[in-house]
Structure formats: C-alpha cells, structure tokens
Design a protein around this ligand. Sequence first.
Ligand code: ARG
Length: 460
Amino acid sequence: MQDQHAWSGRFSEPVSELVKKYTASVDFDKRLAEFDIEGSLAHATMLNKAGVLSDDDVAAIRRGMAEVLEDIRSGRFEWSVDLEDVHMNVERRLTDKIGDAGKRLHTGRSRNDQVATDIRLWLRAQIDAIVTLIAELQTSLLDLAEQHADTVMPGFTHLQVAQPVTFGHHMLAYVEMLGRDAERMTDCRKRVNRLPLGAAALAGTTFPIDRHYTAQLLGFDDVCHNSLDAVSDRDFAIEFTAAASLVMVHLSRLSEELILWMSPRVGFIDIADRFCTGSSIMPQKKNPDVPELVRGKSGRVVGHLIALVTLMKAQPLAYNKDNQEDKEPLFDTADTLIDTLRIYADMMRGVTVKPEAMRAAVLQGFATATDLADYLVKKGVPFRDSHEVVALAVRHAESQGVDLADLELETLRQFSPLIDEEVYAVLTPEGSLAQRDHVGGTAPSQVRAQIARHRARLAG
Ligand code: ARG
C-alpha cells in the first residue's frame, strides 16, 4: 500500500516512480528526526499557549511523539519514500498513533520553516561537538609541544632550511590555527542559532503565534526577523562549511608535514603503527594513510562549500526545492570534520619525535647564518653589509663541507675582524633559539609561556 501524499487532493495522478525517488529526501534527512520532533513539540507547546491547540491535543502530541521517538531510536520505525521526507514521515506516524491531534500539529507551520529549523538545531549540535573536539586536538598538540619545548628542528621557508625553531614552537603554530578555527565556529553558531519557525511557507501565518516563546523553548538566541529570508537563505550552512573547510585546510597542511617528516629521507618523526598501513606488494612499506586521507578529504569538504554556494546563488526568494540539496553536503562536511578531528587528536599522541635527526638537519643547513648577521649588526655593521659578509662565510663553509660553527675563529675573522670568541654562542642552534626571546618567538621560554597561555584558555 502506498502512503498517500498530504496534497493528493490537488492532483489527478500520482508522481512517477522515478520522480518519487528523485524528489524524496527521506533517505538522508531522516537523520534530522530527533530535531524535527524537538521542533514540533516546541511548536505545539507554543500553539497551546496561544490558544490554537487544546490541552488534550498537546498532551496527545507529546505522548505520540514520545512513541515515535522510541520507534525511531529502536529501529522499528519504517521510513516510507512515498512520504517524501522526514517531516511527513514523522507526522504521518504521529497521526497513525493519535488521530486528529496529529493532523492539527502542522497548523501555522510549513515544511519550509520546519526544515530550516531542523537544520539549524542539528547544525548547532554539530558545532558544539566540533568546538569540543578542536579543544581536544589542541590539548594533544600542547602535550607534544611541551615535551619538545627545547627540541631543535629546522624551520623552513620555501622548504629550504631557514632558521632553527623548536618542535614545540612548530606545534604551537597549529594550536593557533585551530584556535581561530574554534573562534570561527563559535561565531558562526550565533547566526545558526536563530529561529525560522513562524515564517511558515514564506509570508508568516494568520495564527496568533509567539515566536519568541518557541525560540526560548528551543534554546535559540533570537528569531529570524523576515519570513522570506528565514525560509530561503542557507548562508549559515555556507558559513559553517567555509569554517569547516579552513579547519580541513589547516589539518591538510599538518598532514603534508607529517607525511614529509615520516619519509625515511627526512626521518623526523614516526607515527604509531595503528595509524599506518603496509603495502600488499612491498614488504618494507609503512604508509602514513591517515594524514594522506585527511589531505584528500580536505578536498571533499572544500567541494561541499562550492556545492552550497552554487546551490544558493541563483535562487529567487523565497523557498525553492533546490534547498533540499543543502543536506548531503552539509551532513558530510560535519561527519568528515568530526571524524577527522577525533582521529587526529589520537594520532598526534602516537607521534614519536626523533630529535637527533632534526638537529642533524639544522646543522646541515647553515640555519644560524642570520644569527651571525645579527651578531655583526649588534657590533655596528649595517644589516645589508653583514648579510653579504655572512653569505661569503657560508660559501666558504660549504666549500669545506662544514657548518659555520665548525670554522676556526681565525677563519671567521677573515670575513670580519669584528668577530670574536663569543660568536660561537650564537652559532649553535640553542644559542639561536634562546635569542628569539619575545612574544611569539621560538625561544623555549616563550614556547612554554604560550603553552601555559593556551592551557589556561582551554581550562577557562
Ligand atoms: N525536504 C524538503 C527540504 O529538505 C522540505 C521542505 C519541502 N518544502 C516544500 N515546499 N516542498 O527542503
């Protein structure tokens, strides 16, 4: 038996099977069910307060919805594609259980404001979960940064050895990025957390509704103040997906580094076996699959952003069926991001750092050349001149196959007579780090100060 459509009275023939499948959204929007019920209960409570629904009707709706919810949670609920979407499936089952009261629920409401409300409720919960997971990943990066607040590694520009930094400092760069990501999510939440319900199909309703009361029942900060806008715009979803794309881009960059660092050619780190896989043909292989997949999945989330922006761009006001297409990209964005953050927090705890390899790379790259130039500047040499002096010294050291710190004082003095014995303190990686002792610098003391600042922020 086919479930009859709510509007069947207007039509002389049923939609074709293909059209039914093509236009139905229940296969994916059924995951909104709990939020749909939450929204319906608030709507019914408000209608009752407004004198539109009787006490008996609301009591029946509450009782019936509790059963529907139980059916859904236990997997007993039978979703019907004939009923198109989550909203009509839930409403029909409610009516099957409680009769006419179920049919009165949709008074003063449309699926247009209903679905916009459901998505906002759902997205708000996702954002809250994401903000918590970002904090967990930050904590795992902070732990690693703390263990390696003094560990010297080469800092790179153009992927060439540039200046020594600490591994802790490098990890803190990602803590900063993720901090902004959490700020963006929290900011986006403010615009998500407004109530569309009451806009009805597009123009509002003739019933004496109290939208602020519904908003309060659902924990919304405010109502959407224009009914046409409330049912039609999905900018909040676009904004969320943009914020999610940035998190994925940040994690993709970190992934790229982990992959590079784990290459035997670099050998800066190892990643615990539980995050890697082997090769079916090459017995020696251990592949960093998780970071590679994160790098790949960032493309998928950015793709969803493009999908949603494109979905919106040519829609006239107000609601159009196009908007049904917002759900799959949005759901997949949140799912992908949540899984990625979860696995990443765990994976970073499984990273082993190899300080000797990092130090050896620093020593090979003339990483303290800028320190020598700064040293000469402090002795009165103009920076451009000292830059040239050091370039010549580097060229000499390179021809000898040694580091700057390996050159005899006499040799160094051939490049500038201002150089004295104390130069060796700045030519070591540790000396170089210690001198960058200001807010945001890589000196171990500054790295520790930043770790403490982040920990206090996360605890507060
Ligand atoms: N499934 C629809 C969506 O996701 C619900 C709203 C349908 N409204 C309508 N007038 N057909 O957007």
